[in-house]
Design a protein around this ligand. Structure first.
Ligand SMILES: Cc1cc2nc3c(=O)[nH]c(=O)nc-3n(C[C@H](O)[C@H](O)[C@H](O)COP(=O)(O)OP(=O)(O)OC[C@H]3O[C@@H](n4cnc5c(N)ncnc54)[C@H](O)[C@@H]3O)c2cc1C
Length: 474
């Protein structure tokens, strides 16, 4: 263990992963000779989390909510003293658009709830023969495969129609990915494990759901979408304020990381002199991390990661404009429809206080892997395309009061089959050459906000455990 006068930990990237790691490190090292610095390329922190507050509307330009299955968000909110600002969604129906019509999704399925066979049988989304095939899951043997594409996994269990009209729309509208390449093991370990443990997914989900409901207090966080009063950026603002003044250096990018003779590392920055570090927590997308080590031919054999390019489009309308589907909070889009959009949420129905009285706030996703050209269009062309789709489904007549288009180029990491082996190869290669550099964040062990918070918290704890002798040295 190296004992220096002051150990410097540099966190690269001020998104939710980096801020969480910096926060937990600083909380635990207040009286230790450890300095934590966050280097952020943009002029603001938060990364993908961006809330716009405009004329009484709260518009999420990036993520809009989270499902806190493991409680990592609640834990962070509690530690920051903003647990009272956590809010969970109003209930409402989720639909899937097939053709020009919306069909309700069988109850509970979205959040991994139990696939009630009665509600599966009642849905108009799937034909009778498709339903009979889906129930085949109860009798089919389990697979011995280590990993496979999400599409193959669910086709094997439930048949083609369930995948086309239910699984693919829900996933494309959430992760913008190609289900024939994304890994079941990395993206949905819970389903992969259900098959291993119970053989049938229907049996497994029913049993697990029963035990989840049996746990006192588990339902609100685990079976609802969550956000914060004032939007997701409330969490970012609170995290930034909780860091010691001067912790975050904004508007400078990490260009390169090199080894120095004194066991430290040199970090070359754009527009600033280089800094030295003892430990580096890299929370940038993988391709930026790979770029920082290009001098060493390190990680260069690992293929670059694919990221989906998408856009979010938010539109405000007068309430009287949106009379159809009064019970809906969102809909996803099957490829068996003529729509360009992939999903749509009535934000004001899902969350209290995001639109003034008398207005509806619709948030739409457009673009997915293999269908990205649309995101390159001008704002007005994107607006026109979205409006044409909404008119087909919702009988809209008027134009929106305002539209906010946000492009997310190469932003949604795609964990394709074999992701975990590649990740291990990457970590092994890096830890041999740079044992004090750690890769965490959405490119690695979970894309969702709760997963990113979990990774940030975990790396802080691991680093702290490795530093304990420094504390004793004082
Ligand atoms: C449109 C969209 C919708 C989403 N919706 C949801 C949702 O509803 N629910 C959910 O749970 N998740 C959602 N996600 C995923 C989730 O928002 C992200 O995975 C998560 O916020 C990523 O956090 P992060 O800190 O790992 O990375 P980022 O937020 O990408 O932060 C990385 C930071 O590193 C900085 N950086 C990059 N390169 C450098 C460099 N060389 N030097 C210094 N700094 C650098 C960047 O500027 C950025 O601030 C969504 C993502 C997108 C794009």
């Amino acid at each position: 263990m190296r004992v220096t006068s002051k150990r410097k930990v540099v966190v690269v990237g001020g998104g939710i992963t980096g801020l969480t790691a910096a926060y937990y490190l600083q909380q635990a090292t207040k009286h230790l000779p450890i300095e934590v610095i966050v280097v952020e390329a943009a002029l603001r922190v938060g990364g993908k989390i961006q809330t716009m507050r405009k004329n009484g509307f709260i518009i999420e330009r990036g993520p809009e909510s989270f499902v806190d299955a493991t409680g990592s968000v609640k834990q962070l909110a509690t530690d920051l003293g903003i647990e009272h600002k956590l809010i969970y969604n109003n209930s409402g129906r989720t639909y899937v658009a097939v053709g020009k019509e919306l069909f309700p999704v069988p109850s509970n399925l979205l959040l991994g709830g139990s696939p009630n066979v009665t509600s599966l049988m009642a849905t108009g989304l799937i034909s009778l023969s498709g339903k009979i095939r889906a129930v085949g899951d109860l009798f089919l043997p389990k697979s011995q495969q280590e990993d496979e594409p999400i599409g193959d996994f669910f086709r094997r269990r439930f048949g083609k129609e369930v995948v086309e009209n239910l699984v693919e729309p829900l996933l494309a509208g959430t992760f913008a990915g190609d289900i024939d390449h994304l890994s079941i093991h990395s993206m949905f370990p819970q389903f992969y494990q259900l098959e291993k443990d119970y053989r049938s997914l229907i049996v497994g989900m029913t049993k697990q759901n029963a035990s989840m409901y049996a746990q006192e207090g588990a339902t609100a966080e685990q079976l609802h979408y969550g956000t914060f009063e004032g939007g997701l950026e409330t969490l970012i603002e609170t995290l930034e304020q909780a860091l010691e003044p001067g912790t975050v250096v904004k508007g400078t990018k990490v260009e390169a990381i090199e080894k120095l003779k004194n066991d430290k590392m040199k970090i070359t920055l754009t527009s600033m002199p280089p800094i030295q570090a003892d430990d580096i927590i890299m929370t940038t997308p993988f391709n930026a991390a790979k770029h920082a080590f290009k001098k060493y031919d390190l990680m260069q054999q690992v293929p670059s990661m694919n990221y989906a390019t998408i856009a979010t489009v938010t539109m405000a309308f007068k309430k009287e404009e949106l009379q159809k589907y009064q019970d809906a909070i969102n809909f996803f889009v099957s490829r068996n429809s003529e729509l360009a959009i992939t999903s749509c949420t009535w934000s004001n129905r899902k969350w209290p206080g995001v639109a003034p009285e008398g207005y509806e706030l619709l948030r739409v996703y457009i673009g997915r892997v293999g269908d990205e050209a649309i995101v390159e269009l001008s704002d007005s062309k994107i607006e026109k395309t979205v409006l044409a789709d909404l008119r087909k489904i919702l009988d809209l007549q008027e134009k929106p009061i305002f539209t906010v288009v946000t492009r997310w180029k190469q932003a949604m990491p795609q964990y394709v089959v074999g992701h975990e082996q590649r990740l291990q190869q990457l970590k092994d290669e890096l830890s041999d050459a740079f044992p004090h550099v750690y890769l965490v964040g959405s490119s690695y062990e979970g894309i969702s906000m709760p997963d990113c918070i979990k990774q940030g918290h975990k790396i802080a704890q691991e680093l702290l455990n490795s530093m304990i002798p420094i504390g004793r040295a004082q």
